[in-house]
Ligand binder design. Structure first.
Ligand code: 5GP
Length: 114
């Protein structure tokens, strides 16, 4: 095992984060460098490096993550809309090698993304 990722340390409460949601499978917290008025990071508690590293056996986990995002968006009052981004791999800009979804909202979100 290599060095735990920063997100694993947040799961284990070894470093602080503003946690807004937690269940058996998932954790959501505020991004330290927000790109929108609402910028949350939603992660599985299981250590999975990226979307690309999910396996067929992770079907329930993947479903639970999406349903958690929906629940968090409702809790945050994001009825006007929000964006989910998962950077997968270096070329997509993934910096933390623990699967995560950015949940962005609170300003007009343009398309295409950069
Ligand atoms: P990525 O580029 O891997 O898709 O996104 C990683 C995200 O994690 C970035 O938006 C970055 O601001 C956020 N991040 C990195 N380190 C920390 C940290 O220690 N705490 C929190 N809350 N967010 C972090």
């Amino acid at each position: 095992m290599g060095e735990p990722t920063i997100f694993k340390k947040i799961i284990d409460r070894e470093i602080p984060a503003t946690i807004v949601y937690e269940d058996d499978f998932c954790l959501a917290f505020e991004d330290i460098n927000p790109q929108a008025p609402v910028h949350l990071i939603v992660i599985p508690k299981k250590e999975v490096a990226s979307l690309d590293a999910l396996e067929d056996a992770d079907e329930a986990l993947a479903g639970r993550l999406l349903l958690a995002i929906r629940k968090i968006a409702a809790q945050q009052g994001l009825g006007d809309g929000y964006r989910i981004v998962s950077n997968c791999g270096k070329a997509a800009g993934q910096e933390v090698m623990h699967l995560h979804f950015h949940l962005l909202a609170g300003r007009p979100l343009t398309w295409p993304p950069g």
